[in-house]
Design a protein around this ligand. Structure first.
Ligand code: UDP
Length: 508
């Protein structure tokens, strides 16, 4: 009979930081329960996460990274272009080539698994890695699909599809999401599934099929904020569904200084320097500004944001990755003197910031976020009210959840997506003026009763998030149930190497 440590999970994230970061978190959570966990990704993505994985291994977790070379050049991609953030600004065709190259990893992954001394007990595939489904079928390995957007978003897309809305309205026409647990008004452009773009129709169908045939679904969320959406989605798809997050609230992450600082990739600024800078600020006085790993603002829009931050008078930390790639942004910061003008009360990070380290600091009182699901969960888990500035994909749904459902956000006023992942067409116009930014910051950080209520709510949700992740909490219990479920499923499918040990599972 197998013990927990003999169970082996293989995790296959999408090659994007917003997917690999939480997948590494899930790997750590699983490994902390005993099973061996392997994360399979490409060399560039592996290198970005080596420090975090090595740290976890040093702490005794049975975790490893396995690299499969991406056959990008065979599809016309430059050598080393292996992650979605590297595609930002490239023509749409590059995204299609990128997905074709990813799909070609199926053969090497199958070879890798066949060469293992024992079959893994389970493969956990990102919903955007559906190319793993046929090989799991051939190998007889249970397969779970993990969604890294919210259950709110997945359900909204499902409802729009089920009610034929995508076929009958114009891109920006507002409509109420039909059959949804809460009142929500959106548009096709702002509630669009991950592969619902021209050129990736096959990938879209593959993703739908892989989800329909999966042995279960996972979400990085928790019942305290998404219970009704999780239940409705599980019922709609008729699938066993677990919520195992927010992974960023697990104590192994929050208490591990090095993992936090190097999350996603090594930071472009010393985390200790940022902490000292924050130490000198009053509690809840600083805005943190970040648009995640992919979204880049146009120089014009970024200049409006800069002027708004300056006019607000609020201290701020701003992760400006555009400073690495856009000469006009560098000119704004340097030649036009923005950085010099705000240096007494602002810290600019030109590149990758240690985001969780920053959000955890008591000096931070507001988060201007593009509402990526990870950033959203980080705000919620760490009790920081949000100024919402969605730009694409699931982000408009996260904004609705933060502002309309949970009452912890203020809108910047964005109406249309500025950027599509697969059609990276940027809106040239300015959607949020400096005046809008100044007003929204005052509303979020001010002393009005509404602002105080948002702060209180944010702290309550953060406490619930922590509770969900510890023993007895809903996400902790879901992970226990998941391990037990796939262990039993694998045994039923006849792998002599993956029989379940009820006594060991009971001790999880
Ligand atoms: N992140 C970070 N430093 C940065 C920018 C982003 O650590 O300078 C992390 C952030 O904490 C989050 C992830 O990268 O965990 C971004 O994921 P999200 O879903 O928020 O947005 P995406 O990048 O997918 O649009």
């Amino acid at each position: 009979m197998a013990t927990l440590s003999e169970l082996h999970f293989v995790l296959v994230p999408l090659a994007a930081q917003g997917h690999i970061i939480p997948m590494v978190d899930v790997a750590r959570l699983l490994a902390a329960r005993g099973p061996m966990v392997t994360i399979v990704t490409t060399p560039v993505n592996a290198a970005r996460n080596t420090a975090t994985v090595d740290g976890a291994r040093t702490a005794g977790l049975p975790l490893e990274l396995v690299e499969l070379p991406l056959p990008g050049p065979q599809h016309g991609l430059p050598e080393g272009m292996e992650a979605i953030d590297q595609l930002t600004g490239h023509e749409p065709g590059m995204y299609i080539k990128f997905f074709h190259a990813l799909w070609d990893l199926a053969g090497p992954l199958e070879e890798y698994i066949r060469a293992l001394p024992r079959r893994p007990v389970c493969l956990v595939a990102d919903a955007s890695s559906p190319w793993t489904a046929p090989l799991c079928d051939r190998l007889g390995i249970p397969r779970l699909v993990i969604h890294f957007p919210s259950a709110y978003f997945q359900l909204a897309v499902h409802c729009l599809t089920a009610h034929g809305v995508y076929d009958r309205v114009d891109e920006m026409e507002p409509f109420e999401v039909p059959g949804f647990p809460v009142h929500a008004v959106g548009s096709k452009a702002t509630i669009r599934g991950f592969f619902q773009y021209p050129g990736v129709e096959k990938e879209h169908q593959d993703a739908l099929d892989a989800e329909a045939t999966a042995d279960g679904l996972l979400f990085n969320t928790f019942r305290g904020i998404e219970g009704p959406f999780l239940d409705a989605y599980a019922a709609a798809l008729g699938k066993k569904t677990w919520s195992v997050g927010p992974t960023c609230a697990s104590s192994s992450m929050v208490d591990d200084r090095d993992s936090k600082a190097g999350r996603g990739k090594p930071a472009d600024v010393d985390a200790g320097h940022i902490v000292s800078w924050l130490d000198a600020r009053a509690p809840a006085s600083v805005m943190y500004v970040s648009f995640g790993s992919i979204t880049q603002l146009t120089a014009k829009q970024l200049s409006e944001l800069a002027r708004g931050l300056e006019a607000s008078g609020q201290p701020f930390v701003w992760a400006i990755k555009e400073a690495k790639t856009d000469a006009a942004v560098r000119a704004l910061l340097d030649d036009e003197g923005f950085e010099a003008r705000v240096q007494d009360r602002a810290l600019l990070v030109r590149g990758w910031a240690p985001q969780v380290t920053i959000l955890l600091h008591q000096a931070v009182g507001g988060f201007l976020t593009h509402c990526g699901w990870n950033g959203t969960l980080e705000a919620l888990s760490l009790g920081v009210p949000a100024l919402t500035w969605p730009t694409m994909a699931d982000q408009f749904c996260s904004e609705k959840l933060l502002v309309d459902v949970l009452g912890v956000g203020v809108r910047s006023g964005v109406k249309i997506p500025a950027m599509y992942v697969h059609l990276p067409k940027k809106a040239e116009g300015v959607q949020v003026t400096s005046g809008d930014v100044e007003k929204a910051i005052a509303e979020l950080m001010g002393d009005e009763p509404e602002a105080a209520a948002r702060r209180t709510k944010a702290k309550e949700i953060a406490a619930e998030a922590r509770t969900a992740m510890v023993e007895g909490g809903s996400s902790h219990s879901d992970l226990t149930d998941l391990i037990s479920y796939v262990s039993e499923l694998s045994r039923k499918r006849g792998h002599e190497n993956s029989t379940t040990l009820p006594s060991a599972v009971a001790k999880l």
